[in-house]
Design a protein around this ligand. Sequence first.
Ligand code: SF4
Ligand code: SF4
Length: 138
Amino acid sequence: MQALGLPDLCRRCGAGPKGGCCAREMEDEADTLLLVANGLLGADIGAQRREDSECSFLGVRGCALPQKPIFCLNYLCAELCAALSAEDLATLRSETARCLEAYLTLEGVLAGQLAASRAYAGSVRRRRSSSGPPTVKW
Ligand code: SF4
Ligand code: SF4
């Protein structure tokens, strides 16, 4: 994406009013699993927002999330499409598909781990409640 010149175009646009397409309501696209995945990738997922109208992940150097929400990855505005050749647009679309596929694999692993942890916590709770309160021997 850097090679296609996208970060510069989007950085300039994002520095404008409401952060370009990175407006405040867009931050809700980042769910818990996505934030966990970004934490594992070493991202600083604390609030970056400079203006209240911007997505809280938009910092001075652009989006702070190495793995972006699916909507953000898929969104290509008219200006961006006009700035790219048909070949670059095809490259961008195939890179986006590759990123999404990798993320969906990771999301599946994280969701599986979460379900296993919940099942384990539930079985511990059931065992504790079926064995009654602890007795003290004197
Ligand atoms: S995708 Fe378009 S609207 Fe969004 S930041 Fe980039 S240039 Fe601006
Ligand atoms: S998550 Fe990143 S790409 Fe998506 S709206 Fe926020 S700053 Fe922009």
